[in-house]
Design a protein around this ligand. Structure first.
Ligand code: BGC
Length: 435
C-alpha cells in the first residue's frame, strides 16, 4: 500500500438523498411504491433515518467526519405538496439545514431531483407528458430563488440515465412502466428540462445578485461495461453508449443522439454543464442478451474480484478509467458525486475507499481535473428496492432505536478528509501488516 496526497483545493464530502434518509412523507412517489409493492415494511420507507427530525444531530456527524462539502437532495413533494402550492415550512426547514452546514464550514451541493417525484406529478402523467416539465421548472425556480443566496452549486437530476431506464424501460422504479418509446420520450424530456434550468439558474442567481460562482451539473451513473469475446465487446460499447453517452451528450451540449429524436423539441447546441458528476460503484462483464435488463445483472462473474454485499464487483480501477475517458470526451471538471459499497460488517469498505481514492489521486496527477469526492453515504438508509437491509453507511444506523454509530470506515474517512492525504501512519493504523 502506498501513501498519496491531494491538492489543498480538493474537497472531500459525503452524499445522501432526501427520500432515503428523511422519512415520513406520503406525498413522495417512493412511499406508495414500497408500500404497495410490499417491497419493504411500510415502516421503513415512512420513517427511513428520520433525518427530517434529526438534522442537527446528523450535521454533527458531518462535522465529526471533517468533510468540506456535503451533497444533499431536496424532496420536491415536501416543497410542493400539491400542484402550484409551495410549503414555506419545508423551504424554511431546508434553509435552516443549509445554514447549519455553512456555519460548520461545509459547502452544500444540492440536488433538485433524486429519483423521487410528488405523487400528484406522476398522477398527472409524470415525465412522459411534455407539458409537465414546466411544473418541475417552476418548482426548481422557486427553490433557487429561495435558497440561491446560500447555495451556488446545483445538480438538477441525479442519475437521469437510471431514472429513465429503471422507471420506464425495466419498470423496477416508479412509475413502473416498461416501454421503449416512453423511455426515449422521458430521456429527451429530462435533457430538455436540464438545459432550460441550466440557463434559468444562471439568470436567477445573477438577477438576485447572489454571491459565489454558480456551478450547475448533473450526476450520471457510470459503470464499466467490459466484454470478453468479440460479441461481448461490441455489446459492451453499445450498452455504454445507451446508458452513459446518450444522456450525458444531451445534457452537456444539447446534442440529441440516436435513438433520441428531436420531435417537438427546440434545443440549441451549447455548453450546459459546469462539471460532470460521476457516480461510480462497479463494473459489469456483459455478453449479448435479448433482454437488456440482463446487462445490469451479473451474467458473468469475475471470480478474481471481491464482491460487495450486493454481489457487485469491487473494481477500483474503473473509477480511473471512467474519469480518463469522460474527461477526454467532455473536457469538464469532474466531481465524484457518489462512490461507495454495501458492506454490512465494514470489512471491505476501508480498503474500497482507499483504493478508489488512490486511483483518483493517480488520475489527478495525470492532469485530470477531479475537484471533489463524495462518499456514498453518511449512514445506512432506505436503499430503494433493497430496503434497509443493504448497508452503505460510514455510520451504522439502527431502524428501531434510530441510533447512529461510527464504523471503522468513518474513523478512516474522517482522517482522510482532515489530511486530504493517505499517510504511512494511516496505513499502520488501519491496515496493519500492509506497510
Ligand atoms: C443512487 C443512490 C443509491 C446508490 C447505491 C446510486 O445509483 O443515486 O440513491 O442509494 O446508487 O445503490
Amino acid at each position: 500500500m502506498d501513501p498519496f496526497q491531494f491538492k489543498k483545493e480538493f474537497m472531500l464530502g459525503v452524499s445522501t438523498s432526501s427520500t432515503q434518509i428523511e422519512g415520513a412523507n406520503k406525498n413522495n412517489s417512493w412511499y406508495g411504491w414500497c408500500t404497495e409493492k410490499d417491497i419493504s415494511e411500510s415502516k421503513i420507507c415512512s420513517h427511513a433515518c428520520d433525518h427530517w427530525n434529526r438534522v442537527r444531530e446528523d450535521t454533527e456527524l458531518l462535522k465529526d467526519l471533517h468533510v468540506q462539502t456535503y451533497r444533499m437532495s431536496l424532496d420536491w413533494s415536501r416543497i410542493e405538496p400539491s400542484p402550484g402550492e409551495y410549503s414555506i415550512d419545508s423551504i424554511q426547514h431546508y434553509r435552516e439545514e443549509i445554514q447549519l452546514l455553512l456555519e460548520g464550514g461545509i459547502k452544500p451541493l444540492v440536488t433538485l431531483h433524486h429519483f423521487a417525484d410528488p405523487v400528484w406529478f406522476l398522477k398527472s402523467g409524470g415525465w412522459e407528458d411534455s407539458r409537465n416539465s414546466a411544473r418541475f421548472i417552476d418548482y426548481a425556480v422557486f427553490v433557487v430563488e429561495e435558497l440561491g443566496d446560500l447555495v451556488s452549486d446545483w445538480i438538477i437530476f441525479n442519475e437521469p440515465n437510471v431514472y429513465a431506464i429503471f422507471g420506464y424501460l425495466f419498470g423496477i422504479f416508479p412509475p413502473g412502466i416498461k416501454s421503449i418509446e416512453k423511455t426515449l420520450q422521458v430521456a429527451a424530456q429530462l435533457i430538455q428540462t436540464h438545459i432550460k434550468l441550466y440557463e434559468l439558474i444562471y439568470e436567477i442567481r445573477k438577477e438576485c445578485q447572489f454571491k459565489g460562482e454558480t456551478m450547475v451539473g448533473t450526476a450520471i451513473h457510470f459503470r464499466i461495461f467490459d466484454g470478453l469475446t468479440l460479441v461481448g465487446k461490441k455489446t459492451a460499447s453499445f450498452v455504454e453508449y445507451i446508458f452513459h453517452d446518450v444522456i450525458a451528450d444531451g445534457m452537456s451540449s444539447g446534442r440529441l443522439r440516436p435513438p433520441l429524436t428531436i420531435k417537438n423539441m427546440k434545443i440549441k447546441k451549447g455548453r450546459y454543464l459546469d462539471f460532470l458528476g460521476v457516480n461510480y460503484y462497479t463494473r459489469n462483464i456483459v455478453e449479448f442478451a435479448l433482454d437488456p435488463s440482463l446487462y445490469f445483472h451479473k451474467l458473468i462473474h469475475d471470480t478474481t474480484l471481491d464482491k460487495s454485499d450486493l454481489g457487485w464487483d469491487i473494481y477500483p480501477e474503473g473509477i480511473y478509467r471512467i474519469c480518463k475517458k469522460y474527461y477526454r470526451k467532455y473536457k469538464l471538471p469532474l466531481f465524484i458525486t457518489e462512490n461507495g459499497i454495501s458492506d454490512r460488517f465494514d470489512n471491505r469498505r476501508p480498503l474500497y475507499i482507499v483504493d478508489h481514492l488512490a486511483y483518483i489521486a493517480k488520475a489527478a496527477r495525470e492532469g485530470i481535473p477531479i475537484e471533489r469526492y463524495y462518499h456514498w453515504t453518511l449512514m445506512d438508509n432506505y436503499e430503494w428496492n433493497e430496503d434497509e437491509s443493504i448497508k452503505f453507511g460510514l455510520y451504522h444506523w439502527d431502524l428501531e432505536s434510530q441510533e447512529r454509530s461510527a464504523r471503522k470506515s468513518a474513523e478512516l474517512y474522517s482522517q482522510l478528509c482532515r489530511k486530504k492525504a493517505f499517510t504511512e501512519e494511516m496505513i499502520a493504523e488501519f491496515f496493519p501488516g500492509k506497510t
